[in-house]
Design a protein around this ligand. Structure first.
Ligand code: HEM
Length: 445
């Protein structure tokens, strides 16, 4: 069946071969090379040095100027893609997911098959109808504060205060990604799987190995033995879920393939950790925002709207999911053109998030978010939007604001590396490169 033309895109333009090739080389290839499922430090460094992200946005602008704002069909052999160029179409696509814009795409299948082949992201419509509510319940998607907010805050404070004890003596302490992430993943394992997973570093390592393979998607076979081992490891925690862990809130039933769902949680918390470290780095350079966030951190409220907005800004400036992919579940008609079922749809978030027409394109402006965490009609969608929006879009900012607050209430922070200009923030902020100097915070009277 063909969808009515006026319902979706009144017009679609077709890119020439050279422009298609340019999109592949300057937008898609660098994004894939940095590592879609787990970041590759060497490629991140190269991207930062060579300004790949800024160049990708410029390339997209050139295309929009040349072809106009309608979706642009890239005639890639066997895998045509529609490139979204207009914020209004971002909202349309995300709102009209998973039908006709299915979330399960061939590319996601190829990557996620390596560690979570039955995940909601790549599920059929009937499976999604069962799986999505299970995620929403466990992650308390609709609630700004998760029912386990207090327990999670205690976990975050407990783990990070151990990092911060070293600075009490007045000796400065240097924090970088390797040190931060070790603690972060202890937090993640406790939050997701419970106390007894705290030191299960092997579990995280096995997942990271599978994620490393997933970066290669179609190009590598699935390591079935390692996958089975990983799911068996996760299954041990699911079998006897601890009170106040996220797995405890996941509805029972093997038909939900819970290991496959929890794998996504463990994986996706990596991005949240990256965003926390970046938020600390940026706040360290912003005197005004810094003191507002400190004020919140010193307060008693669990909800910290300003810190949340800072995190959203970091995710706008450096989206950890730079591409949101869809695939047409049926043919759609646009003018005289039929866009075939199976055509991919690409929303390249940095193009919208860093649109030079925005006054705040390259600086931090927490006020734009208000109470929202998605502004789809402006194309600002760090957690996506619509029915497939990240089900942790409330949980992540909440936990991140606890983590940021734990540092801010105890330490003064100086960004040692990389240098940042607050009025003109770079297109790439390589988190592997961030070094922060922490000293015990001077108490204000
Ligand atoms: C910085 C952190 C995170 C960001 C920016 C983020 C963003 C996203 C985005 C953009 C999507 C794709 C939505 C779409 O295709 O429209 C997504 C999907 C998803 N995320 Fe997150 N996410 C983060 C962390 C998490 C965490 C920590 C969890 C779980 C604890 C999680 C669970 C999920 C799940 C289950 C999906 C699939 C939703 C579906 O297909 O219905 N995410 N996330």
């Amino acid at each position: 069946m063909i969808a009515r033309s006026h319902a979706i895109f009144p017009r679609v333009n077709r890119a020439g071969w050279i422009d298609t090739l340019r999109v592949i080389t300057t937008v898609m290839a660098p994004t894939v090379a940095k590592g879609i499922i787990i970041r590759r430090p060497t490629m991140e460094r190269l991207a930062q040095r060579q300004g790949f992200d800024t160049k990708a946005v410029q390339q997209m602008q050139r295309l929009k100027n040349k072809y106009g704002p309608a979706p642009l069909l890239l005639p890639i052999p066997f895998r045509p893609q529609l490139l979204i160029l207009n914020p209004g179409d971002v909202a349309t696509v995300l709102q009209s997911s998973p039908e006709p814009f299915a979330a399960a795409t061939a590319e996601k299948h190829a990557a996620l098959a390596h560690f979570e082949p039955k995940n909601v992201l790549i599920s059929s419509a009937p499976q999604r109808a069962q799986l999505r509510p299970a995620h929403e319940h466990a992650l308390a998607t609709a609630d700004r504060l998760h029912p386990y907010a207090t327990q999670f805050k205690n976990i975050v404070e407990d783990e990070f205060s151990q990092v911060l004890t070293g600075i009490g003596s007045g000796r400065p302490y240097e924090l970088d990604w390797p040190a931060f992430s070790q603690t972060w993943f202890r937090v993640v394992r406790r939050v997701v799987l419970g106390e007894r997973a705290r030191n299960d570093v092997t579990l995280t390592e096995t997942l990271n190995e599978l994620r490393g393979r997933a970066n290669w998607a179609f190009a590598l076979p699935v390591d079935q033995r390692k996958l089975a081992r990983f799911h068996e490891q996760v299954g041990r925690y699911l079998g006897e879920p601890e009170k106040h862990s996220l797995v405890n809130r996941f509805p029972k039933g093997d038909q939900l393939a819970p290991e496959n769902q929890v794998a996504q949680w463990l994986f996706a918390f990596d991005a949240a950790g990256i965003a926390v470290l970046r938020t600390l780095a940026v706040l360290a350079c912003h005197v005004g925002y810094w003191s507002k966030a400190v004020e919140e951190a010193m307060g008693r409220e669990l909800d910290r709207p300003f810190t949340r907005s800072c995190l959203l800004e970091v995710l706008r400036l450096w989206p950890t999911t730079p591409v949101i992919l869809r695939q047409l579940a049926k043919d759609i008609k646009s003018g005289n053109r039929v866009i075939a079922r199976g055509t991919g749809v690409i929303i390249f978030a940095p193009f919208f998030h860093r649109d030079p027409a925005l006054l705040y394109a390259n600086r931090m402006e927490p006020s734009i978010w208000g109470q929202n965490d998605a502004l789809p009609s402006a194309g600002l969608v760090p957690f996506s939007a619509g029915p497939v929006i990240c089900p942790a879009h409330n949980l992540v900012p909440m936990i991140a604001s606890f983590a940021v607050g734990t540092f801010l209430s105890a330490a003064d922070i100086v960004l040692l590396q990389p240098p940042l200009t607050v009025g003109d923030l770079p297109g790439t902020l390589n988190h592997f490169d961030i070094r922060l100097k922490l000293t015990a915070r001077r108490r204000q009277k």
